[in-house]
Ligand binder design. Sequence first.
Ligand code: HEC
Length: 294
Amino acid sequence: MRSRIPSFIMIPSFLSIIIFMFYVFFRSYNHIYYLVHPITISFLIVTTILLWILEFVNSLIFRKKLQSIEEKERIKIFEENEGNYFYRLYKFIFHDPKKMNDGVKKIDHGFDGIIELDNRLPMWWIHLFYMTIIFSAIYFFSYLFMDFSNPYKEYEIAYKNQLKQIEIFEKNTPQVTIENACFKENLIDSGKTLFDENCATCHQSDGSGNIGPNLTDDYWINTKEKNLFKNIFSIIWNGSDNNPTMRAFGKSGEIKGNDIEKISSYVYFINQKSKKPLTSKAPQGKKITEWSKI
Ligand code: HEC
């Protein structure tokens, strides 16, 4: 008969495994409140009570067994159970040094005369091993059925959080205005995406013109600013005075300043820096090649 693990160790260990499983399997509810949820708490209370009862029954059986065994055995068990629990735990985990070499098997390989000592594995090692088995079982099922530890799902969640962070950041950072907007090469790509969404229907994706004029040539109907980039920004912000089809995207709040800076960077890029489209709408407006640098 083994010495018994006291309930103040047993019950918390069981409860922590259960709480860990709760954490793993109900984490997809995305917050920690399930731990203080009435259902969880009552479940834990019921489990604790059941464990107490189990404990109680166990100790009854233990006492009954003690009565039925021989005197010698009983003394041995009393000896094993002497001292405080932590001392016994220490003995259990690291082996009683006195008994360390009791019953150690010796394996004789015979041919080389070497005898191998087959020592008992230390208890802390064995228990660690059991714990990894329990953990891997929980992990395995959580991987199969839950969001927990599934890299694809974790990536998705992290990605969504990132997008949310970006949204918050963009909302809180002051928007660019025509005064401080300027051409930035690193905005061209995102500018193109926005251009495709908002402008390509009338200007074509490459800016070669459709209902709206060709944006890649040197002919301009609207010249409100002396600097080309600012002129583009100004038209997108204010729209066209003479043709309401080109509406005021910025003023109306349809597109925010930061995004207009991106779109303007793209329009500036296709007008000044990239190759001209092969076919494009006939020129409209005045030819302007001399733009102010500021
Ligand atoms: C519904 C069609 C339509 C949409 C959508 C549209 N435009 Fe225009 N755009 C026009 C028309 C028409 C003109 C010509 C305005 C004029 O005659 O003054 C124009 C003019 C312009 C001009 C000035 C060209 C010049 O020669 O003066 C720029 C720059 C421009 N648009 C950029 C954009 C950008 C950037 C977007 C997207 C945010 C956009 N447009 C969306 C129809 C459109």
